[in-house]
Design a protein around this ligand. Structure first.
Ligand code: ADP
Ligand code: MG
Length: 256
């Protein structure tokens, strides 16, 4: 059975897409069959996986509107060694088009059920808001991976996300839980980051992943080459951290 995880945080620019594409590449590197679902109309995860969002014949939009299956719409990225269910601007329209449809928040879940045996991991890159798109992600997932920067306001944003996850858990998806908090763009020289990191660990215990993703310029450069850092420069500190994170996640699966 595929493990389905949303990469979510209501804040923009916290490293969701960077985490999603690099975790996908890291998991592929350690032999896992991975599908990356781009649920953000910006299509950054699509482009960052070497798939041109402007050339998509079928996308996650068609899957949500049930005019295509995942098998039909997902593209295998040769360079990245994982499948991508891409997104582009068209997806912004799905928000409105889904409103009047039945099971509108369960569309992705149903589509993924049909592809379950094809993948070990499905990672869903969510947009930075609680929209119908994010809700489709949260309803389809077994859990949420929350990338966060160790800054003062990060903790505040986390309260909102935790409440959202609780509500979806109670009303729509009893499977849903927080898989873990991933500390990203970490700079150990900054005392505040160290303090917030310690605070996170004391509040959330082993819900905080052991692996820490450092701030690393190669991870930021990679998208302009249409690649995850893990593929673009495997020797970079940030890339190595994501491969470590992939291994940690695989190890945690039995206890989830
Ligand atoms: P989100 O998807 O949450 O909006 P992104 O993954 O697009 O966030 O990241 C926001 C910006 O931060 C991007 O420019 C990205 O390249 C950069 N970034 C993300 N993670 C790192 C990192 N570990 N080190 C350096 N830059 C990073
Ligand atoms: Mg993003």
């Amino acid at each position: 059975m595929a493990k389905i995880f949303c990469v979510a945080n209501q804040k923009g620019g916290v490293g969701k897409t960077t985490s999603a594409v690099n975790l996908a590449a890291g998991l592929a590197k350690v032999g896992q069959r991975v599908l990356l679902v781009d649920l953000d109309p910006q299509g950054n995860a699509t482009m960052g996986s070497g798939v041109d969002k402007r050339q998509l014949e079928l996308s996650v939009y068609d899957v949500l509107l049930e005019s295509a299956s995942i098998k039909e719409a997902a593209i295998f990225s040769e360079k990245c060694a994982y499948h991508v269910l891409g997104a582009n601007r068209e997806l912004a329209g799905a928000e409105v088009e889904l409103v009047d449809l039945e099971r509108r928040d369960q569309r992705l879940k149903l589509a993924l059920a049909a592809a379950d045996s094809d993948f070990d991991f499905v990672l869903i890159d969510c947009p930075p808001s609680l929209s119908m798109l994010t809700l489709n992600g949260l309803c389809a997932a077994h859990g949420v991976i929350v990338p966060m920067q160790c800054e003062y306001f990060a903790l505040e944003g986390l309260t909102d996300l935790v409440n959202t996850i609780k509500q979806v858990h109670a009303n729509l998806n009893p499977d849903l839980k927080i898989i873990g908090l991933l500390r990203v763009m970490f700079d150990p020289r900054i005392t505040l980051q160290q303090q917030v990191s310690d605070q996170l660990k004391s509040h959330f215990g082993d819900k905080v992943f052991n692996t820490v993703i450092p701030r690393n310029v190669r991870l930021a450069e990679a998208p302009s080459y249409g690649l995850p850092g893990v593929v673009f420069d495997p020797s970079a500190k940030g890339s190595q951290a994501f491969v470590e994170f992939a291994k940690e996640l695989v190890q945690r699966i039995p206890s989830l």
